[in-house]
Structure formats: C-alpha cells, structure tokens
Ligand binder design. Structure first.
Ligand code: SAM
Length: 238
C-alpha cells in the first residue's frame, strides 16, 4: 500500500488518523489481495487507485463531520467493505454493521475484522429483509451506501434502518442532480427529507466529481416499507 499517498490524502481532507489506522489499512489491503487471488471479491485496482477510490473516497463523510462520536452505522451493500471498513479503521468508536446479500463477501469481512482486531457486526441478508427485523429497523444513527442503486431505490433500502434524527448517506457521482427529484419523492414516502448534496473531492483527482447525498430521517418509516426483496429496484418509489 502507498502509505504516503493515503496519509497525504487524509491530511488534505482534514481527516484525522493514527499509526494503528495506517497499519490496519495496510493489513486490510493485504487481506483483500489474498482473497482476490482465489475469488472475485472486488475489482483489482493499482495501488494508488485503490487508495483513492476505496480508502479516501470512503472517508468522505468524516471530512464533512457527518458521523457523530460512537454513532451506530450500517453499511448497506458493503461488498468488500466499502465504505464501512475505512470508516471503522479511521473511527473505531463507530458501532458498525456490515450488510450484504452475498455470503462470500460477509465471510471475507468477518475474517478481515477478526484479523484486524476490530469489533463490528456482519449480516448476511437482503436490506429489504433486514430492515423488517426488530434488531435493525430504525436502530441506526446513519446508513451509508456506495454503488448499490439509484437514489430513489437506495432511499427504500437505507432509510428504514435509520432512527428519527439520523441520516442516510449515499455516495454518488455528478449524475446525482438527475436523481434528486425522484429521491425527494421516495424520501417523503419513507419518513425522510433530502438535506442536500455535499461535494466529496478526492485530493489529486480533480476530474472525479464525487458527491454525498444526505437524507435526514424526519419521522418513522410506514410499515409497508421496505417492500419485499427485489421490489424496490423493480418498481422504484418515485
Ligand atoms: N459498496 C461496495 C463498494 O462500493 O465497493 C460494493 C458495491 S457492489 C457494486 C454492490 C453490493 O451491494 C454487492 O455486494 C451486492 O451484493 C450488494 N447488494 C445489492 N442489493 C442489495 C440488497 N438489496 N441487499 C443487500 N445487499 C445488496
């Protein structure tokens, strides 16, 4: 791993880190390589791109102060642990749950967490099913999600997990502006309200226009939502 690139990037973003975090990033990259050699876990990127696209990009909400101390956070559709793992490495005070519908990814994350000495919950489930479980429905300060679905679909996959006063944070590109009308309508149905779009620049990558779409949870999600697994993406709310 290119430690200097990661350290410089985090510093430019105004995100604090310590030596333990750097060691854990390095170990996490090594575990990813080990798994990627035997299964198709995530796209293989060169070292610099991995730092930028995965680690720095995942840290964006910390640059904006969007996660309060000890926040309870769920990463919906975490895949190989993004954005949840970099967030937890940088902020071990977070109470993190990693959720994915694919068992092999959850198996990888459970092993990685134990080898990194990090405490978190891993959950193999569809978001639509987990959000109906008492242990997870409206239990989180924040639901984070990257590269899982369109904003309107994501609203149904994430807002039911968030308690009133919390927020859903979605990683998006410049196209988010075209998704906003639908996202606002879906949020309204689900007990939320779009707060706005925060720019999430990656140092040295001026051509990447990454954004965070933040939706506040303003009230309870009505019981019929989320609809059954698969329906949110087949028939988006908006
Ligand atoms: N968030 C990771 C990232 O940015 O690298 C992974 C993105 S990957 C393109 C999408 C992930 O979302 C996959 O791992 C998939 O299994 C998961 N996923 C998609 N729909 C889901 C759902 N309804 N419930 C749970 N996981 C879901």
């Amino acid at each position: 791993m290119n430690r200097e690139r990661l350290a410089n990037g985090l510093t430019q973003m105004g995100v604090a880190f310590d030596q333990t975090a750097m060691e854990r990033f390095e170990a996490f990259h090594a575990i990813l390589d080990e798994y990627n050699a035997r299964m198709d876990l995530t796209a293989v990127l060169d070292e610099d791109e991995r730092v930028d696209r995965h680690d720095l990009d995942s840290a964006a909400p910390l640059a904006q102060g969007l996660l309060v101390p000890s926040a309870k956070v769920i990463d919906v559709g975490t895949g190989a642990g993004f954005p949840g793992m970099p967030l937890l490495i940088l902020r071990p005070d977070l109470e993190m749950t990693f959720l994915d519908a694919l068992q092999k990814r959850i198996g990888f994350l459970t092993d990685a967490l134990s080898r990194l000495g990090l405490k978190a919950t891993t959950l193999h489930a569809r978001a639509e099913d987990a959000a109906r479980m008492e242990a997870h429905r409206e239990q989180y300060d924040a639901a984070v999600s990257r590269a899982v679905a369109s904003a309107a679909v994501l609203a149904e996959l994430t807002l039911p997990f968030v308690k009133t006063g919390g927020a859903a944070i979605a990683w998006k590109g410049p196209g988010v502006q075209d998704e906003l009308t639908a996202a606002k309508r879906a949020a309204f149905v689900l007990g939320g309200a779009v707060r706005g779009v925060y720019p999430a620049p990656i140092p040295g990558r001026d051509d990447w226009q990454h954004m965070l779409l933040v939706t506040d949870k303003t009230g309870k999600t009505p019981k019929p939502y989320p609809r059954k697994a698969g329906t949110p993406s087949k028939k988006p709310l908006a």
